[in-house]
Design a protein around this ligand. Structure first.
Ligand SMILES: *[C@@H]1O[C@H](CO)[C@@H](O)[C@H](O)[C@H]1NC(C)=O
Ligand SMILES: *[C@@H]1O[C@H](CO)[C@@H](O)[C@H](O)[C@H]1NC(C)=O
Ligand SMILES: *[C@@H]1O[C@H](CO)[C@@H](O)[C@H](O)[C@H]1NC(C)=O
Ligand SMILES: *[C@@H]1O[C@H](CO)[C@@H](O)[C@H](O)[C@H]1NC(C)=O
Ligand SMILES: *[C@@H]1O[C@H](CO)[C@@H](O)[C@H](O)[C@H]1NC(C)=O
Ligand SMILES: *[C@@H]1O[C@H](CO)[C@@H](O)[C@H](O)[C@H]1NC(C)=O
Length: 652
């Protein structure tokens, strides 16, 4: 599979050497004598920015890349998330939003070089750090990022396909890619398996050849570099704002006494978590530090330059404690989540212009936003009713609960149903230790509480023989960083017990595999049951009518501040998770490409409580401003945990 690009690359350079000599050939490398990269024989330094094509709608790639070029950058750095390209083992997707080759060609045509980070692990606050969840299927004990043969085999097959796509885009082959990262901050991981790094290095050389700079990136501490580096891979480091570059680069110099200084992740901002304040990094402080780094002669990649959005279920999570990343990956970056020019962008551009001629194009305008206003939402069905009426192929039957990976339903939601075999009187305590990550417990659709991993995993119930015990479980995103990544299974990963006895005979419903079916579903007699602050998880739908004339449709923001927690789709495009009850993100970004002129259909899955239950405020609003720095409620979950933990007598 890799044969064609390798052969043509080798043939080409062989011909050049034999018949024309080497002077005309494109080359990129390291000049250790002069402490610099060299491009076509001349000293070269990059001023780069990170952008993730998976977080920007492909129709907007050009807009964001052009804005990066107009900021004075000469390169971008980009991660490749394995899990979007190999959704099921052996099934590859490089089309549309997944067309990384098109993204790289576009980058090239705009005039930017590429620093590629193909992983296979990428961290990036992305679901499972880029790993496909199927790695965990049948492999409870797999050691990721190590020489575990099960892991190596999967990486080997993936890299055969990926690196063959990439090879023609290397600088030496006429493309924009000047360097390729091996692994990602490997020194922060406990395994410290040099054989694994050697395998990756060899794999890259086998397919990409010897004419590309391979490098590693690690934190700027000796402890990180010890396990993160390997001979033959150029050592680079990452760090945020500094006013003493010599001090930070001291660590890189311990490993690379000569060669270019590189900060591979110079942090423009930082990530957010649900329930914690929005991160903010001062623009002037960042610009001052950038100025010092450039004056010091360093190569710099700003992480992130354009953060973008965790659409769908693609956010990652941190552990311990378990903390999920919100839908917005704005990162307080110089280009906002929606690609808007910020004060930080202008400050960075001014600094770069002190060192380089101004970019040959003006700064492109921000894309226009529009406030489409309020629309009414209508109840479609509760989740238990919906699932009973529509589950492709019917539920999966199992004596004990099984995790999501084992049923090939990797993302989002799954419902576990047990039919009570005895009368259970109040308060009967169920213990659900292995909930990954958040579960909504119902008896005959009456909510009895919320269970959360490692927080409150017990719930009190009552019911009679034949009642349905339903546990709707949300996978809130797999851990993307740290030593606990191997234990990343989702759904229920233990038994549900009562006094130590496991409940047996479960029906397992993978949820909403095809959201388009919600709209054709019409169950008027199904209403959510309420219990205290909770109501049965349910689906709602509404229509946004967009004017049938230019410049519509336009970017907009989805505001559901009266709602509590859930998921929203626009025209079947999964916009992401909303959770205004936790904050700090209150509105979701809706990019123009998911909207049409005329009728647009919104579907919401509300898990806890909708305004439709209490009054006539059954609406959502489309606004022209983002809101990702709203009030946060750190006690979220505890509040509902109280309901589930101490319980109360159901009123229905
Ligand atoms: C690199 O350093 C060497 C030795 O100091 C010097 O002769 C050469 O001109 C330098 N090359 C460039 C491109 O500056
Ligand atoms: C279970 O409860 C129902 C309703 O209260 C009652 O009719 C039935 O006799 C009970 N069954 C047992 C086995 O206790
Ligand atoms: C559930 O309980 C059964 C019976 O004790 C046991 O065989 C099984 O391994 C348990 N499953 C899990 C996931 O703990
Ligand atoms: C989803 O359901 C719709 C409506 O039945 C159908 O047209 C479409 O092909 C389905 N899509 C998939 C991916 O199954
Ligand atoms: C949120 O951001 C807006 C726009 O940058 C700013 O005006 C506002 O003060 C911020 N609010 C908080 C609570 O930080
Ligand atoms: C579980 O819920 C109780 C009752 O609200 C609360 O006090 C406690 O902090 C929660 N436990 C954890 C670990 O959050």
């Amino acid at each position: 599979m890799a044969g064609v690009p390798i052969w043509s690359a080798r043939l080409c350079s062989a011909l050049l050497i034999i018949f024309f000599g080497c002077s005309e050939a494109r080359s990129f490398g390291i000049d250790y004598e002069n402490d610099t990269f060299v491009l076509d024989g001349k000293p070269f330094r990059y001023v780069s920015g990170s952008i993730h094509y998976s977080r920007v709608p492909n129709q907007y790639w050009k807009d964001r890349l052009t804005k990066m070029f107009a900021a004075g950058l000469n390169a971008i750095q980009v991660y490749i998330p394995w899990n979007i390209h190999e959704p099921f083992q052996g099934q590859f997707d490089f089309s549309g939003q997944q067309d990384v080759v098109a993204f790289l060609r576009l980058t090239h045509s705009i005039g930017l070089y590429v620093i590629l980070r193909p992983g296979p692990y990428i961290c990036a606050e992305w679901e499972f750090g880029g790993f496909p969840a199927w790695l965990l299927k049948g492999n409870n004990d797999i050691q990721l990022r190590s020489s575990d043969p099960r892991y190596i085999k999967a990486v080997d097959q993936w890299f055969d396909v990926l690196l063959s796509e990439i090879a023609p885009l290397l600088y030496v082959n006429g493309g924009p890619i000047i360097s390729v990262q091996v692994e990602n901050e490997y020194g922060s991981y406990f395994a410290c398996d040099y054989d694994y790094l050697r395998f990756l290095r060899q794999k890259m050389i086998d397919i990409l050849g010897n004419d590309v700079v391979l490098f590693t990136t690690d934190g700027d501490g000796v402890g990180y570099l010890r396990c993160g580096t390997l001979e033959g891979l150029y050592t680079t480091i990452d760090f945020g704002i500094t006013y003493d570059p010599a001090q930070n680069f001291n660590v890189q110099r311990k490993w690379e006494p000569r060669g270019p200084l590189v900060n591979s992740e110079f942090y423009t901002g930082w990530l957010d978590h649900w329930g914690e304040s929005h991160s903010h990094t001062d623009a002037a402080a960042f610009a001052k530090s950038l100025d010092l780094l450039l004056a010091y002669g360093a190569n710099v990649n700003m992480y992130m330059f354009e953060g973008g959005t965790n659409f769908g279920f693609w956010n990652g999570a941190e552990y311990p404690p378990f903390k999920a990343i919100p839908t917005s990956y704005d990162y307080d970056a110089p280009l906002s989540e929606a690609g808007d020019i910020t004060e930080k962008y202008i400050a960075i551009r001014q600094v770069i212009c002190k060192y380089y001629p101004p970019p040959p194009i003006p700064i492109p305008p921000s894309t226009p936003k529009f406030a489409y206003g309020k629309i009414t939402m209508n109840l479609v069905s509760t989740i238990p009713d919906y699932l009973e009426k529509y589950t492709p192929g019917g539920p999966i039957k199992s004596k004990y609960p099984i995790n999501m990976e084992e049923i090939d339903h990797y993302y989002g939601f799954v419902m576990y149903r047990h039919i009570l075999k005895d009368n259970v009187s109040w308060p009967t305590t169920l213990d659900i230790m292995g909930v990954r990550d958040r579960g909504y417990v119902m008896i005959n659709q009456i909510p009895f509480g919320i269970i959360e991993r490692e927080k409150n995993t017990t719930v009190n119930i009552k019911g009679v023989i034949g009642d349905y015990l339903d546990i709707l479980v949300e996978n809130q995103g797999r851990i993307n960083y740290g030593d606990n990544m191997n234990d990343n299974r989702k759904g229920l990963i233990t038994n549900v017990t009562h006094n130590g006895d496991a409940l047996t005979d479960w029906l397992i419903y993978p949820l909403l595999e095809n959201i388009t079916l919600v709209q054709s579903f019409n169950l008027k007699h199904s209403y959510p049951r309420q219990n205290g602050l909770l109501s049965t998880p349910a689906l709602y739908t509404g229509q946004l009518v967009v004017p049938k004339k230019a410049p519509h449709p336009m970017d907009t923001y989805f505001d559901m501040s009266l709602w509590t927690k859930g998921q929203v789709w626009m025209n079947n495009f999964n916009l992401g998770r909303y959770w205004p009850a936790a904050g700090p993100q209150i509105r979701l970004y809706i990019p123009k490409p998911v909207l049409n002129q005329g009728v647009n259909t919104v579907v919401m899955l509300e898990l806890e409580s909708s305004p439709c239950m209490h009054d006539t405020n059954c609406f959502v609003t489309f606004m022209d401003q983002p809101l990702i720095n709203g009030t946060v409620h750190t006690s979220v979950g505890h509040h509902h945990g109280k309901l589930s933990h101490h319980g109360y007598l159901p009123s229905v």
